[in-house]
Design a protein around this ligand. Structure first.
Ligand SMILES: Nc1nc2c(c(=O)[nH]1)N[C@H]1C(S)=C(S)[C@@H](COP(=O)(O)O)O[C@H]1N2
Ligand SMILES: [Mo]
Length: 450
């Protein structure tokens, strides 16, 4: 190789004479770039550049922290410190911030989890656009010129890998596609922390450059610029701007509208799952967005009785509720209906993002605790007729048991519970995540958790 070509090697992508091994050696030495995407001329979109990347980055920087925070809130809402609730037993220090989840305001979990899921979905087109805008960097050659650069690229791998992993597992889970070979909850939780660390590092490194890039063009001016006047951004150190740009086929404004339109579509087709009324029918992206037949029990069902093996025979006249405590009691449904009944409008808010408010009637958990002779300050371990599965049991805190609106519900909207909504009796607790509203209850085991 001549000195001239050695000097020009990586930048110019000049080729070495001779083939096979010696060429691969030249690639590995960094004297020459491998062909295809490793050559700067390969990337030709005239829209790529630090300004565009920073615009997408800014939107993500506004949105992702909200998704992350509401996600951590959701973890606290599970109250994994109570027996049987812990979906992440190896959490270690990650549970440092857990607190006693409140029962007020009753709509809080409905709001935070709705925001978590719907904002996450809305950000998907922006995330994809951001990844598209920086894809040439994935093929930078040589991979690293210094240990510092190697570290930076490794952190980017964690950042991009983390983002893709979090969004993918989240979306698969809300679509009820449990295809991963691991449990969703720990993976999504540990993934979140790794991703957040990488994100903070990324923001610290890149914020000054992003601010400079954002100032380099006027956003409103960009929205007034059509295809004819669209030209590449000036060459940048990071090499996002192509060295050999193609002619633009879309303006920046067109691209931003395309991505924004994608986000709006995601939002519009999923937000309905958190609304009661006819707009629920617009939640075409939500598997629980549809109707469940006419009548008072017509609202989303998470798992049907038949899907979890709860048979009608077990829920018939022979069903008894066991209260376990200092004074064990067995009650039939008729016994329960003869106790003081209370009616409250309360939401069911699922971790998957859908939610709905219904009017529940039943016996106060606090009254049942009293019947069983449980001491003040008792929590309860709830067991379902359902055998096995993470949702066949749940612990409710002392605060949840004590709230007068916490019910063992027998009726909904004036009618008996349907089998799929938990007949003969189910838990309804204000502001609890849906998963703790155990259906087909067979035993309430009052205990002190402190
Ligand atoms: N026994 C049992 N209870 C359960 C479940 C379950 O699968 N089994 N799903 C829970 C979840 S995740 C939610 S969101 C609510 C949904 O209640 P619904 O199906 O009546 O709407 O029930 C909860 N109670
Ligand atoms: Mo749920």
């Amino acid at each position: 190789m001549s000195d001239a070509s050695r000097e020009r090697g990586p930048a110019g992508g000049e080729t070495t004479k001779g083939g096979g091994i010696s060429r691969v050696r030249a690639w590995l030495r960094g004297d020459e770039r491998p062909p295809g995407p490793f050559r700067p001329e390969f990337w030709r979109s005239p829209l790529r550049g630090p300004w565009l990347t920073s615009v997408f980055g800014l939107v993500l920087l506004a949105g992702i922290p909200i998704v992350a925070l509401t996600g951590l809130v959701s973890y606290a809402a599970y109250d994994p410190r109570l027996p049987g609730n812990d979906i992440t037993p190896e959490k270690g220090l990650l549970g440092f911030y857990l607190f006693d989840w409140p029962t007020d305001p009753v709509w809080l979990y409905r709001l935070t989890q709705g925001v978590h899921v719907i904002l996450g979905l809305t950000l998907v087109p922006v995330l994809l656009a951001k990844l598209w805008s920086v894809i040439p960097k994935l093929f930078a050659w040589p991979p690293a010129r210094s240990p510092a650069e190697l570290l930076e690229r490794a952190s980017l791998l964690l950042l991009v890998g983390g983002a893709v992993f979090q969004f993918t597992t989240g979306i698969l889970n809300i679509q009820l596609l449990y295809v991963f070979p691991f449990s969703f909850y720990p993976a999504h939780l540990y993934g979140a922390w790794l991703f957040m660390v990488a994100l903070v590092a990324h923001v610290v490194f890149k914020l000054p450059r992003a601010i400079t890039a954002l100032r380099s063009r006027d956003f409103r001016q960009e929205l007034r610029t059509g295809l004819r006047d669209t030209c590449p951004e000036p060459p940048d150190r990071e090499r996002l701007v192509p060295v050999a740009p193609a002619r633009p086929t879309v303006s920046r404004r067109g691209l931003l509208a395309f991505v924004g339109g994608g986000s709006l579509t995601m939002f519009g087709l999923s937000v309905g799952q958190t609304l009661d009324g006819p707009l629920r029918g617009t939640a075409l992206l939500a598997p629980h967005g549809r109707a469940y037949g006419p009548g008072p029990n017509d609202f989303q069902v998470n798992k049907t009785a038949s899907s979890v093996g709860v048979r009608e025979a077990e829920t018939g006249p022979g069903w008894r509720l066991t209260l376990t405590g200092p004074r064990p009691v067995r009650l039939s449904r008729a016994d329960l209906l003869a106790l003081p009944l209370h009616t409250y409008p309360l939401p069911i808010a699922c971790v998957e993002g859908w939610s709905t408010e219904q009017e529940w009637t039943g016996v106060r958990l606090a009254d049942l605790a009293g019947l069983a002779g449980a001491a003040d300050g008792s929590g309860v371990f709830v067991r379902s007729l359902q055998r096995g599965g993470a949702f066949s049991h749940a612990s409710l805190s002392a605060r949840q048991v004590a709230d007068p609106r916490s019910l063992l519900a027998l009726r909904v909207n004036g009618a008996d519970l349907s089998l799929d909504h938990g007949f003969p009796a189910r838990i309804i607790v204000p502001n609890a995540p849906g998963v703790h509203n155990t259906k087909w209850v067979r035993e309430l085991d009052f205990r002190s958790f402190s």
